[in-house]
Design a protein around this ligand. Structure first.
Ligand code: GDP
Length: 334
């Protein structure tokens, strides 16, 4: 359903038209608004924040799902199959990505146009590559804001894709309702994921490419179930299930969605889902404060003067890191 109420007034007329187009579900307006939030120009950033504030009452209604997995696990094939299935069942689906490596490679996990070809062509789909905003924090911040814009534009399912290579998974788990690990049927993978501390944040584990070797898939499923059995579940109300799928053959897609819905149903009655979102919003604000303070600190003229001198002194062993840090913080107070 596309929201129809007018956005809060007070926006300049160009941005009011943008907000209206976005609320009417126009993908062009949505794409333009995301470009605005991704811009690093201070005037664009100010406009983007006004726009987001005006649209905030229209956000929060989507089901937010994170999909993570190593390159080649089948994420885009899975998202294409899931997205198409959801659209066939009356949903509007937005796909976003968090890939900090895109700034290094110049591309991004959703940048390649040949990916998700079928989904791209659907009117009820919106696909946006990872922003190339620099650090993981920067990429994540833009993706969170893009997610809110997609919700205001009436997309009722938001899928956030990320590569399973570390911190970006934890970041994405911190912005979605249901976080899914896409794994390959290889013995040994489970231990790696446990070591990285990723398993604890998984709400659902999917062993993809089950068509290639059903026996290996069954073994991997059993290993995962066993591994999850010994860990504290992400919520006392939900024990993460392990399921097999073949994204290529579109098998396990409907079951996956049923699982996402079951997860919601399990967390909703006691208000745990709301609490999760409140916690995520607070953590997001704190993260922005931390990064803002860090920027403020580094660009402060008194600090800049001393920073390189003291860094050199620490490296040369002339002063301790603690003493140098204290002195730099003192620069701010003076
Ligand atoms: P991503 O890097 O995680 O996004 O992985 P892709 O979706 O690009 O898939 C990598 C390769 O695995 C592609 O050649 C896909 O066709 C293939 N693939 C994805 N899912 C399946 C599956 O369920 N079964 C099989 N046999 N191949 C798959």
């Amino acid at each position: 359903m596309v929201p129809s109420e007018a956005p809060a007034t007070g926006l300049p007329s160009a941005d009011r038209a943008l907000a209206e187009g976005l609320l009417a579900g126009q993908r062009r307006a949505l794409a333009k608004a995301i470009t605005l939030i991704e811009s690093t120009r201070p005037d664009h950033q100010a406009r983007a924040q006004e726009l987001l504030n005006a649209l905030l009452p229209h956000t929060g209604k989507a089901i937010r799902v994170g999909i993570s997995g190593v390159p080649g696990a089948g994420k885009s094939t899975f998202i294409e199959a899931l997205g198409t299935w959801l659209i066939d069942h009356g949903h509007r689906v937005a796909v976003l990505a968090v890939d900090p490596s895109s700034t290094v490679s110049g591309g991004s996990i959703l940048g390649d146009k040949t990916r998700m070809e079928t989904l791209c062509q659907r009117e009820a789909a919106f696909i946006r590559p990872s922003p190339s905003a620099g650090s993981l924090g920067g990429v994540a911040e833009k993706t969170r804001e893009a997610m809110l814009l997609c919700e205001a534009a009436g997309f009722d399912v938001i899928i956030v894709e990320t590569v399973g290579v570390g911190q970006s998974e934890i970041t994405v788990a911190g912005m979605v309702d249901c976080f899914c690990l896409l794994q390959l049927p290889n013995a040994g993978d489970d231990l790696q994921a446990i070591k990285k501390g990723i398993v604890e944040i998984a709400d659902v584990v999917v062993i993809n490419k089950a068509d290639i070797d059903p026996r290996a898939t069954a073994v991997t499923c059993a290993q995962w179930k066993n591994a999850l059995h010994w860990l504290r579940p992400p919520s006392p109300l939900w024990h993460p299930p392990v399921m097999a799928a073949s994204a290529l053959n579109k098998q396990g897609i409907a079951e996956f969605w049923q699982t996402v819905k079951r997860h919601r149903d399990a967390l909703a009655p006691g208000g745990e889902l709301d609490a999760k979102r409140r916690h995520q919003a607070r953590a997001w604000m704190e993260e922005l404060l931390d990064s803002g303070l860090r920027r403020f600190f580094r660009y402060h003229p008194a600090v800049r003067e001393q920073l390189s001198v003291l860094t050199e002194a620490v490296e040369a062993g002339r002063t301790t890191p603690a003493a140098a840090a204290r002195e730099l913080l003192e620069c701010l107070r003076r």
